[in-house]
Design a protein around this ligand. Structure first.
Ligand code: HEM
Length: 114
């Protein structure tokens, strides 16, 4: 955790700011730490990274993911709360996930029904 919150590498390390990994910031990609180091490094990293990329791309191709709205139609800001443990997923938060188009809906149904 400390390595992934090193302020000399990551400006404002606790802020949710994924753009830090894009130019011009280009902070170090901390996802590699998860695969270990040296002679015991995970040999499946390539498979895992490629599988994750495919999964994320498939989701983004068919869904719009946005903040939830309250009863007045205002965006609900998710609280940035994380659980701690071996991995550190965010606490549950509401959001709005909608298919991008009727064609996207058809793709989702096809994937669901095999
Ligand atoms: C997000 C997915 C994955 C993560 C976070 C991950 C992480 C790790 C970590 C931390 C280690 C231990 C390194 C150590 O002992 O210091 C490891 C070992 C290993 N991983 Fe993965 N791994 C992932 C996916 C995979 C996949 C997809 C495969 C195979 C296709 C795989 C195969 C292995 C093997 C065989 C070892 C033992 C290496 C050895 O001790 O020689 N892993 N992995």
């Amino acid at each position: 955790m400390a390595a992934m919150h090193d302020e000399t590498v990551y400006k404002d390390p606790d802020a949710f700011w994924p753009e830090r990994f894009l130019p011009p910031e280009n902070a170090q990609d901390s996802s590699r730490f998860a695969f270990g180091f040296g002679r015991r490094v995970c040999p499946g990293e390539g498979v895992a990274q490629a599988t994750l990329l495919c999964m994320v791309v498939r989701v983004l191709a068919v869904f719009n993911i946005a903040k939830a709205r309250d009863e007045y139609g205002k965006d609900v800001e998710p609280a940035l709360l994380w659980s701690s443990g071996l991995t550190s997923p965010p606490h549950q938060f509401k959001c709005k996930i909608v298919t991008r188009s009727p064609e996207a809906m058809k793709l989702v149904e096809e994937a669901r029904d095999g």
